[in-house]
Design a protein around this ligand. Structure first.
Ligand code: SF4
Length: 71
């Protein structure tokens, strides 16, 4: 999972949804990723946070989903 702080608008939905995984910077309010590989019991909540994020700054990928090799 990755977060793109350049897209984040600091809405804080992710922090409200999964405080175990997301935090917000005290400086500018952008997302801080606390756990890049959250445990399975948090996966559903993390996916919900991805959907709720208004700026599309959160990208979740299943471990078994691979980027197609486009090169
Ligand atoms: S929900 Fe999205 S826009 Fe809001 S703080 Fe989290 S990553 Fe940033």
């Amino acid at each position: 999972m990755t977060t793109d702080t350049s897209r984040c608008i600091g809405a804080g939905m992710c922090v409200l949804t999964v405080p175990e995984v997301f935090d917000q910077s005290e400086e500018d309010g952008t997302v801080v990723l606390l756990d890049e590989t959250p445990p399975p019991e948090l996966h559903a909540a993390v996916r919900r946070a991805e959907r709720l994020c208004p700026s599309g700054a959160i990208s979740v990928r299943d471990p078994d989903e691979r980027d197609p090799d486009t090169s």
